[in-house]
Design a protein around this ligand. Structure first.
Ligand code: NAP
Length: 347
């Protein structure tokens, strides 16, 4: 049994906790909380051990919450930490906890890959560079958008290779997650320097890729519009869709009118945390025009990266072949089943 601790219990941490605590190969150490609030109650109700910074133990106890120990204790007794800290905090955790105690860690996509606060020298995408993570000590799991782009681009690269000249992606990003308390601002905001382009190039280095990102007032998933330019005439719509018929974590759907339909359906169907854990290609608006294919797919922002973390964990810890890891991840998240259900619901 591998002892795993999840440092953070926000949108990503709580989903990781649900999944990892059900994995029979894992002895789940618990989660970390840094603020005394209702989420502590939720974690305790889920029977997770709660660890907090040493200096805050008394504040949590005064708040009426039972605390198992300090974050440092939890890291000490773990074989690997999945860091789910709020964006940018992972670096300090690495320096103050993981490195001094020689503990391997997985970081999330909000952490830096380059520069003074880089936490790792690799970004993982299970479709592209799963085996490269085998046995590594520190790896970043690509963010939801970056994971989605890799999942769509790699099958196309394998099928059409250098017939593809260029990718342009417009990321239409949700403002906040469903559980976030922050207000959704009525504005469309642009990102002057989206990190996604460089992040994808970390694992698909030769991609001629250009990304623009816009944040819109919605809580319901991201939508990517990807323009793929071919040398000469582009392949037919059928040929493009064929690439994705057996892709893990990709659903092909037709009748959704927007991202909200997909999210609400996942909630209605009782999927854990209302997540589909995948990208959904909207084939009704997939167009082929001259040398260009236009694919639009929605990307389950909160759910996408959870099975990705599970895949990465298996590569780092067990160095397991990808096919075998995928089977285990599928069994834990029921992704093939969810895909079948979504394709039927939105046919
Ligand atoms: N949300 C998404 O859709 C999404 C998708 C893909 C990747 N990511 C990435 O995943 C990471 C986490 O995002 P999130 O959405 O889960 O953020 P979040 O909901 O804001 O949660 C952040 C968590 O970090 C905890 N925290 C605070 N200080 C910490 C520290 N020093 N060490 C560890 N944890 C600390 C917070 O604890 P308290 O609440 O107790 O203060 C909170 O539980 C980010 O890198 C983000 O870019 C997010």
């Amino acid at each position: 049994m591998v002892r795993v601790f999840i440092n953070g219990y926000g949108n990503i941490g709580r989903r990781l906790a649900t999944a990892l605590s059900m994995d029979k190969e894992v002895q789940f150490v618990g989660i970390a909380k840094y603020t005394v609030d209702d989420k502590v109650k939720e974690a305790l109700e889920n029977r997770f051990n709660v660890y907090v910074p040493e200096e805050m133990i008394s504040a949590f106890k005064e708040g009426g919450f039972s605390v198992t120990g300090s974050v440092k204790d939890a890291v000490k007794q773990s074989n690997i930490v999945i860091d789910a800290a709020k964006e940018g905090e992972g670096y300090d955790n690495k320096k103050s906890l993981y490195e001094p105690m020689n503990k391997p860690a997985i970081f999330q996509g909000g952490e830096d890959r380059h520069g003074d606060r880089a936490v790792a020298d690799m970004i993982h995408n299970s479709r592209v560079n799963y085996s490269k993570a085998a046995g590594r000590t520190y790896v970043i799991q690509g963010s939801c958008n970056v994971s989605g782009m890799g999942r769509v681009m790699q099958p196309l690269i394998e099928k059409f290779g250098d017939r593809i000249r260029r990718y342009d992606v417009e990321l239409v990003r949700r403002w906040a997650d469903l559980e976030d308390s922050k207000a959704v601002k009525d504005s469309i905001e642009w990102d002057r320097n989206p990190h996604h382009q460089d992040d994808v190039k970390d694992f698909i280095s030769n991609a001629n890729l250009y990304v623009d990102a816009f944040k819109v007032p919605s809580r319901m998933m991201h939508l990517h519009q990807m323009f793929i330019r071919f040398s000469g005439k582009a392949p037919t719509k059928d040929k493009i869709l064929e690439c994705f018929r057996n892709e893990f974590g990709v659903a092909i759907i037709s009748s959704a009118k927007g991202t909200g339909d997909v999210r609400k359906k996942a909630i209605e169907l009782g999927f854990a945390h209302g997540d589909t854990n995948m990208v959904h290609i909207h084939q009704d608006i997939l167009r082929v025009q001259d040398d260009t294919v236009k694919i639009a797919y929605s990307d389950d922002q909160t759910g996408m990266v959870i099975p990705e973390n599970h895949m990465l964990f298996q590569s780092m810890v067990f160095k397991r072949p990808r096919e075998e890891a995928m089977k285990r991840t599928d069994s834990l998240f029921q992704m093939s089943k969810k895909r079948r259900i979504l394709e039927e619901e939105f046919k």
